[in-house]
Design a protein around this ligand. Structure first.
Ligand code: PRT
Ligand code: ZN
Length: 225
């Protein structure tokens, strides 16, 4: 029995979005206690269950209607949407709003000694990334041929390790690029955290709860501005 009368919200279990996702929901009046060992946290004062999962799983859980809402970086949402479109899986959901945390950009970067003029400088080169679909879209738009080097982590060390000529990775302060002798050449996607809803039909009571949460999120963010 996978249907539930309780609203299911997927948030990142542990990582850069988890504290702020929990804080946002608490500021909206959702009372819950997280047990680090548990996947699910039940709210005490509203019919809401929080699912604490890897961020990469959140868009798919929402698009498949397994959960009703998710809090996720737009970068991960966009990448999953492009991936699902390729393999004909459900790729739709409703972006309720952008949030006020999780700011970063997906950028191309090359070693300091690389002489870069424009994106054409990457023609025929190998680029390490965890975002192959967003990278492909950008390179196709520019008409540039390149080769992939898919890495889920440690993307920034790929050029020094001789695995790739450049990288396409998330940047916020730029300190990681600098520490690895790389410089940023193009921003290909700008991202914030966002809240998304499954496009499955909701019962009136669940939709009313979603509307209430969203209106409180709007209020919380307005007050923080
Ligand atoms: O375990 P799980 O799969 O859930 O987490 P994760 O390791 O995949 O993700 P996590 O927690 O690192 O990031 C979650 C989300 O936070 C990302 O998808 C982005 O939406 C957002 N975010 C914001 C960032 C950054 N800023 C960021 N700086 N995610 C990653 N980084 C990394 C980046 O990959 C690079 O290694 O930080 C480094 C660069 O930071 P600077 O400050 O040195 O430029
Ligand atoms: Zn992840």
């Amino acid at each position: 029995m996978t249907e539930s009368n309780r609203l299911r919200i997927a948030i990142q279990k542990s990582g850069r979005l988890s504290k702020e996702s929990q804080q946002l929901l608490k500021s909206c009046g959702v009372k819950f206690t997280v047990n680090e060992q548990r996947l699910i946290a039940h709210a005490d004062n509203m019919p809401i269950d929080l699912l604490r999962v890897r961020d990469d799983d959140i868009p798919g859980l929402v698009m498949d209607g397994v959960v009703d809402l998710g809090i996720i970086g737009e970068n991960v949402l966009e990448e999953e949407q492009l991936e699902r479109q390729l393999v004909n899986k459900p790729a739709d959901c409703i972006k309720l709003r952008e949030l006020d945390f999780g700011a970063c950009r997906l950028s191309l970067a090359v070693p300091n000694e690389f002489s870069y003029n424009d994106a054409q400088s990457l023609e025929g080169l190998r680029i390490a990334t965890s975002y192959p679909n967003i990278l492909r879209r950008f390179m196709q738009e520019k008409g540039i041929n390149y080769r992939d080097c898919m890495l889920k982590g440690s993307v920034e060390v790929a050029p020094r390790a001789g695995l790739a000529d450049g990288i396409c990775d998330l940047v916020s302060t730029g300190a990681t690029l600098e520490a690895n002798g790389l410089y940023e050449t193009e921003v290909i996607y700008r991202s914030m955290a966002c809240i998304i809803q499954s496009n499955q039909p909701q019962t009136p009571s669940k939709q009313a709860l979603i509307d209430k949460i969203l209106s409180r999120v709007n209020g919380v963010i307005r007050a923080r501005e």
